[in-house]
Design a protein around this ligand. Structure first.
Ligand code: GAL
Length: 673
């Protein structure tokens, strides 16, 4: 990566040489007599690391100026006595009521100018000076007290920063936004130029006239909205870094926070955050609102690894069964948890942690699953969680190895914000769906991909896919150009390269930044009504989009048979330097996309594991210890995968004709070649 790669397992980390196993633990919700029992059961379940003090502020600081660490002292000592490492929360995630009563200006303001009330969680403005001062005081006290406690193995800054409060429109945010703009642009003229304020009489005479993009009667300035997204992500990153600075002064323990690489949280540009983490950690919950929640889980893990520069990372939260925050909270089918946990391990997770240890009896998460559900140890959840502890211990030698990927998909948060923004050619084109479609096609072709930020070093890949990469800097476009000229293979899909980083259209025809690379020029978009399908000459079905493509060096590989662009090119191929650049001017259906992925993988000579596909996943991790293939069979049939070695979960030999039962998992240590 061009940014500094975060180390996977800092010296002394408990997950070095083992897969860390654990959970969030909220002992403040339980009477003391339960704590001892909890610690014993954790040992029984093979728990090695536990996150505490995530929402502890009101407990250790029950009133202004009053501090009480006695409970937390006891919890840390208890866990340490059982050999369980602590992932210690700084406790800043949620403010206590006394603080927002005294300082209501801490509470965030929404797009419509209304202030939110306390009573939930994370009700603070990321740019509030009062919140910043109070939270850093808390961090300093926690770090002073526990900075060298032998149980503390990792600092957990706040919790899911920006889960609820990423976009705040209050006066403090407005002032901080202006300051951010001043630093970025220096002069008001430069802001006017970047935002194109000659349009609709939006020209600013001074920084003081600028507001966050609050709700308007018409559509808003898209460049302003894009910059506000960047600012908001930076504001929370600044909170992270401020907490991290305090911790670093008082402790040598590595620091992280839990990302939310998921389908429904898009406000944090984790490409900017990743370089500041000592280890990358992610929270992932199956989203049953999606058509294929398992595919999204694989995608999330591949993007988390991409953010980690290919290094191992930690799954900081997932659910044993159901969550409580979807309209219908489905549980996991028998065996599904195990398969999903190993899917994360396959994709580079060196730690598996659940939210949470013991199911709450009260509060809005009382129907959220836990390792220890309301029924206690007489439950499937407990048995599965306990068995997983010993299985993860059995594959400890995997820790520290790297997932092998020869292909990459570029993921870009500003493109997500812009493509899904207001005033675009089609509100039916959703950025994430386009990226997921590319990922699904590669999975169907049995290709493991790193999903990487636009700044990643592409030279380690044989194939790079850029789906709907809409907002592109000259430097990033140049890097893709250079990659292909140097012999790489690339596929760029529609609506890519269209605008610069200010959301300003690149004149001269689409796909602007990539015209030369792709050898095409497009003079008009013709998005399709939702549900309409067009047919291509090859018989492929496509949806959502068409456009008029003129060849400028590329060769047409497929064309539209019907629809508004009938007769025009839909898929092109351009020999460029020593490499090849493909362009797809429509949204291919899953079967056609998978065929294209296979063709590209063959052309790029990507090694693939025989038998692997979207439902029978086989992912290789390798390193000093050796080479391993993690196989998970989500299909309804037994499956064979072309590897040889020993299944660490059974101790049995594995041959290419060994059948893995439907729903089962294997971790095969490959025979040395
Ligand atoms: C996460 C959060 C946890 C818990 C969990 C429930 O967003 O970090 O504290 O709320 O979701 O799924």
């Amino acid at each position: 990566m061009s940014h500094s790669t975060p180390p996977s397992a800092p010296a002394g980390a408990p997950w070095r040489g083992a897969i860390a196993y654990g959970c969030d633990y909220n002992p403040e919700q339980w009477p003391r007599e339960v704590w001892e029992l909890d610690a014993d059961l954790m040992v029984e379940a093979g728990v090695t690391m536990v996150a505490v003090n995530i929402f502890g502020w009101a407990h250790i600081n029950p009133a202004d100026g009053v501090w009480d660490f006695e409970g937390l002292d006891a919890v840390l000592d208890l866990l340490h006595s059982r050999g369980i490492a602590v992932n210690l929360g700084t406790g800043t995630a949620s403010t206590p009521p006394w603080l927002t009563t005294a300082h209501p200006e801490i509470l965030p303001v929404m797009e419509d100018g209304t202030r939110r009330f306390p009573g939930g969680r994370q009700a603070w403005c990321p740019s509030s000076p009062e919140y910043r001062a109070r939270s850093l005081d808390l961090v300093a006290r926690v770090a002073d007290r526990y900075g060298d406690h032998p149980a503390v193995a990792l600092w957990h800054v706040s919790n899911e920063l920006g889960c609820h409060n990423a976009l705040c429109y209050c006066d403090h945010s407005a002032a901080a936004f202006r300051e951010w703009l001043r630093e970025r642009y220096a002069t008001i003229d430069a802001v006017n130029d970047a935002w194109g304020t000659s349009f609709w009489s939006q020209r600013y005479g001074a920084f003081d006239e600028i507001l966050p993009p609050l709700a308007t009667v018409s559509s808003r300035n898209p460049s302003q909205v894009l910059d506000f997204h960047r600012f908001s992500s930076d504001a929370l990153l600044a909170q992270y870094r401020a907490e991290q600075d305090v911790l670093r002064k008082k402790s040598s323990v590595p620091v992280t926070t839990n990302f939310m690489v998921t389908a429904h949280i898009r406000n944090l540009d984790y490409a900017q955050w990743a370089p500041h983490m000592d280890v990358i950690a992610n929270d992932h919950y199956l989203d049953h609102r999606l058509a294929d929640s398992e595919a999204e889980m694989h995608f999330s893990a591949d993007l988390t690894r991409g953010l980690a520069g290919g290094e191992p990372w930690l799954l900081m939260e997932t659910a044993v069964g159901a969550v409580n925050w979807q309209p219908l909270n489905s549980t996991r089918a028998p065996g599904e948890l195990r398969r999903h946990v190993f899917s994360h391990v396959a994709r580079g997770a060196d730690g598996i942690h659940f939210f949470q240890w013991r199911a709450s009896l009260q509060g809005s998460e009382k129907f959220h699953s836990a390792m220890l559900p309301h029924a206690g140890t007489q439950s499937r959840a407990w048995e599965e969680a306990r068995d997983l502890g010993s299985e993860l211990a059995a594959v400890g030698e995997l820790a520290g190895t790297r997932t092998e990927a020869h292909a990459a998909i570029i993921f870009d948060w500003p493109s997500w914000w812009a493509v899904d923004g207001e005033s675009v050619p089609s509100s039916h084109v959703r950025y994430l769906e386009q990226v997921h479609a590319a990922h699904a096609a590669m999975s169907a072709a049995g290709v493991t991909v790193d999903v990487v930020p636009a700044t990643a070093d592409l030279s380690r890949y044989s194939l790079v896919i850029a789906p709907a990469w809409h907002v592109v800097s000259d430097a990033a476009a140049g890097a893709l150009d250079e990659y292909v000229q140097g012999g790489g293979h690339a596929l760029v899909t529609f609506f890519s390269g269209v605008v610069d980083t200010h959301d300003r259209v690149r004149a001269g025809g689409y796909p602007g930044a990539f015209r030369d690379l792709l050898g095409v020029v497009v003079d008009e978009f013709a998005p399709l009504p939702q549900g309409d399908t067009v047919t291509l000459e090859s018989g492929a079905q496509a949806t959502l989009w068409s456009e008029r493509v003129t060849l400028r060096g590329a060769m047409a590989q497929d064309s539209f048979v019907d629809g508004p662009m009938a007769g025009g090119a839909a898929l092109t191929r351009h020999s460029y330097g020593a490499g090849t650049a493909w362009y797809c001017a429509t949204a291919l259906g899953p079967a056609a996309y998978a065929d294209l992925a296979r063709q590209l993988a063959d052309q790029a000579q990507i090694p693939r594991i025989g038998g692997a596909n979207a439902r029978v996943t086989a992912v290789r991790r390798s390193g000093e210890n050796g080479s391993y293939v993690v196989i998970a069979n989500s299909s309804s049939q037994p499956a064979c995968v072309d590897v040889r070695g020993t299944n660490l979960l059974t101790g049995q030999p594995w041959q290419p004709d060994t059948a893995l039962a439907s729903g089962d998992v294997a971790v095969v240590r490959e025979e040395a070649a």
